[in-house]
Design a protein around this ligand. Structure first.
Ligand SMILES: [Zn+2]
Length: 705
């Protein structure tokens, strides 16, 4: 379903045909703070996955966005804003650092965090005496990726602990909660200029707006999410106005990328770099007295220009300005004449070709194995590829693109990025958000033979996405049929074997899991996630020595993969308990909040009668949200054995709440009551235990006498 307004396209086309370039949109060169307001507060709002043409002030008619439209009336609307990368985390790294993805190394979500030498505008504002706060709404922007630097307050709330406790629901949150947190922070912030970055995630899939938007936008729920996010944003604007902060502040609203909604065969974003996903809304409301008039600009601008523009409008000078790779949107010399974008997602996760593109006011050129050129005036929907006939234009734009790519003052510092490995914890959360998060180390043979063009692989990509969805709802038959078809077309694609192997593991089909994961490792020999799963399958099949070989190999490749240490501990626990304890402890050092390893280490300590250590780890597993009756039973015994009887009672009661017919827990609770001198309650528990399981009767004090 596509809601791109035809009226908007006419307006656009007319403007472009009239040759309105950057100069026609010139603004006062000295767009700068005034004496009475030397350092205005700055609010940066990023609304995830928001297509420009689904915003009222960009011509959308099917969705109500009064808040953004209001900002547009008071500010500068950039009609041709281009995101440098259609993926959440890399795009935000661009916005906050003013550098390009190929420079800062954050090219997809499977890489490592932003390298420490990259400065964020938050650091610049902090240095200038601003209070700095961020409220982000999805795990992809969790502080662990490196964007927390410079913020006094970074409200992510997707810590491993929360994640384990509350399950996958908390890998993102709705606008209502984020806006509440933003307002609460503003209320607490002392009277000095502030820099607030607010990120809202609602328009990102799945499209599931709350009422009344769910009903009102039933046939186009993506718009319902937009209308909802805009409505919530309205509360923040109202609060700013009530507190006399609206006029005086710089307010910038934009999106990190769009959403394809089926155009070009792509449903969401990240795979291609067409305008459906790289053209974003960008509105800048300047502070009162800046001299910048409310207006609409049609020159192409990049989201990399946001950070330089924020500093300029706030009158802040900082060393980050030497890091910026593009001037402010309000610079006297004018912005760039072409906007860059790229995606490495097809490459990093599947081994297909990356895509790079350059958009001028007139043309959109996409560098791919089969290059593409679109005339944005005649063909704004990018339906007719003119690369074959307009070879001279292609050559010019390819030359410009290569010039761009040559500029990399950070090259030496980010070269390690190619070795990045996906941390398994991050992979799990990313998958909970619906991402196909894998990291495919592409072999030299593949690179040498030339990578496939993503547009030739679209069918495979969509089939894999559909298969993942089908597995998630338990429709294995459909998923397997889809993957079989992909495999027939492309026998070398390792993700198919990996998905089949992972699912077989979850379904406890150990034979099938081992077969598929071995196949996966033949196609992608360095894939440590597959090695871990294969080891578990082999162990279950009674082959622990081969299982161990795979774990050793996985550790050689990625010694920080705590799941490998966990599996190793499990393997050792049968024959060498001290070695098992060491392996589990290693896993905990890497990831202290992985609940299953806490549980299993606690049980191992329990078996060795180390009750104090057992209580510590089992207690931590319970705190992390493992809700298992036996866990509470053994934790209760550990407390009892270390003379913490009140705690033992409460813990047995938790076990019984989960499983009221748990005979051992009744018996143990009876013992604890007895030691506390509560004979009557003890008697009741003994009776229950004996009634539920007569084998336990002989343990009841005085029984049979
Ligand atoms: Zn995003």
């Amino acid at each position: 379903m596509v809601h791109r307004s035809p009226i908007f396209r006419h307006v656009m086309a007319a403007a472009l045909a009239a040759g309105l370039g950057p100069l026609a949109n010139a603004v006062p060169a000295k767009a700068a703070p005034t004496k009475s307001n030397p350092h205005p507060s700055v609010i940066l709002i990023t609304i995830d996955t928001l297509r420009a043409d689904h915003v009222g002030c960009y011509g959308a008619e099917a969705v109500k966005t009064p808040t953004l439209d209001g900002l547009a009336r008071d500010g500068v609307v950039f009609e041709r804003a281009i995101s440098q990368v259609p993926l959440t985390w890399p795009s935000h790294a661009v916005i906050l650092t003013g550098t390009y993805p190929f420079q800062n190394g954050v090219q997809d979500f499977t890489g490592q965090p932003l390298a420490p030498q990259f400065r964020s505008v938050a650091q610049s504002f902090k240095q200038a005496g601003y209070a700095t706060g961020a409220v982000v709404s999805a795990f992809v922007l969790d502080r662990s990726w490196g964007l927390g630097r410079g913020f006094d307050f970074y409200d992510d709330a997707f810590s491993a602990e929360t994640f384990q406790k509350k399950d996958i629901g908390l890998v993102d949150r709705r606008a209502e909660e984020s806006i509440d947190h933003a307002i609460a922070w503003l209320k607490k912030t002392p009277r000095r200029p502030f820099f607030l970055w607010l990120h809202l995630y609602d328009p990102h899939s799945p499209y599931d707006p709350p009422e009344p938007y769910r009903s009102e936008y039933r046939s186009h729920p993506y718009d319902g999410e937009i209308a909802y996010a805009d409505h919530e944003l309205g509360r923040l604007m109202a609060w700013l106005k009530q507190n006399k902060l609206y006029d005086s502040s710089v307010i910038v609203a934009l999106s990190d990328h769009g959403e394809s909604l089926g155009e070009h065969g792509e449903d969401e974003h990240g795979f291609f770099v067409y305008n459906a996903t790289v053209h974003v809304p960008l509105i800048v409301k300047p502070p009162a007295g800046s001299g910048i008039q409310a207006q609409r600009r049609r020159d192409p601008v990049e989201t990399a220009a946001v950070a330089p523009s924020l500093l300029q409008l706030a009158g802040v000078k900082d060393s980050i300005q030497t890091q910026f790779q593009t001037p402010s949107m309000f610079a006297a010399a004018g912005a760039r004449d072409a906007a860059y974008s790229e995606t490495f997602y097809p490459f990093s996760s599947f081994g297909w070709s990356p895509l790079r593109a350059l958009e001028t006011g007139r043309y959109h050129y996409i560098e791919a194995p089969q290059p593409e050129l679109y005339d944005m005036v005649a063909d704004p929907e990018e339906k007719t590829n003119r690369a074959g006939e307009q070879t001279a234009t292609v050559a010019v734009l390819e030359g410009k693109l290569q010039q761009r790519l040559k500029v990399n003052p950070f090259a030496a510092k980010t070269s390690a990025v190619t070795d990045a490995k996906l941390n398994p914890d991050a992979a799990e959360k990313l998958r909970a958000l619906g991402y196909m998060a894998y990291h495919s180390p592409v072999g030299d043979a593949v690179v040498g033979s030339g990578q496939a063009d993503p547009k030739e692989k679209l069918w495979e990509f969509n089939a894999i996405l559909k298969a993942t969805d089908a597995f998630q709802i338990g429709d294995d038959e459909k998923a397997k049929a889809l993957l079989a078809a992909v495999r027939e077309k492309d026998p070398d694609i390792y993700i198919v074997a990996f998905l089949l192997g992972e699912t077989a593991l979850r379904r406890q089909n150990w034979e099938e899991a081992a077969t598929e994961l071995k196949k996966c490792l033949e196609l992608n020999p360095n894939f440590d996630q597959a090695m871990t799963g294969l080891a578990r399958a082999l162990d279950k099949l009674g082959n622990p020595s081969e299982a161990r070989q795979w774990l050793d190999r996985a550790l050689k490749f990625n010694s920080q993969n705590y799941r490998v240490w966990y599996e190793l501990g499990h393997l050792e626990s049968r024959t060498d308990k001290p070695a098992a304890v060491r392996a589990y402890e290693k896993a905990i050092t890497i990831q202290p909040n992985f609940a299953p390893v806490r549980r299993d280490l606690g049980m191992l300590q329990f078996q060795q009668q180390n009750y104090s250590e057992a209580a510590e780890h089992l207690g931590k597993a319970a705190d992390l949200g493992l809700d298992e009756a036996p866990l509470f039973n053994f934790l209760g015994i550990s407390y009892s054995r270390t003379d913490r009887l009140q705690k033992a009672v409460a813990t047995y009661q938790r076990a019984l709440k989960l499983d009221p017919d748990y005979a051992e827990a009744h018996l143990n609770l009876g013992f604890a009551y007895q030691r506390l001198g509560r004979a009557e309650q003890a008697g009741k528990e003994y009776d229950q235990a004996c009634r539920l399981d007569d084998k336990l009767c002989r343990f009841v004090p005085g029984h049979g006498r």
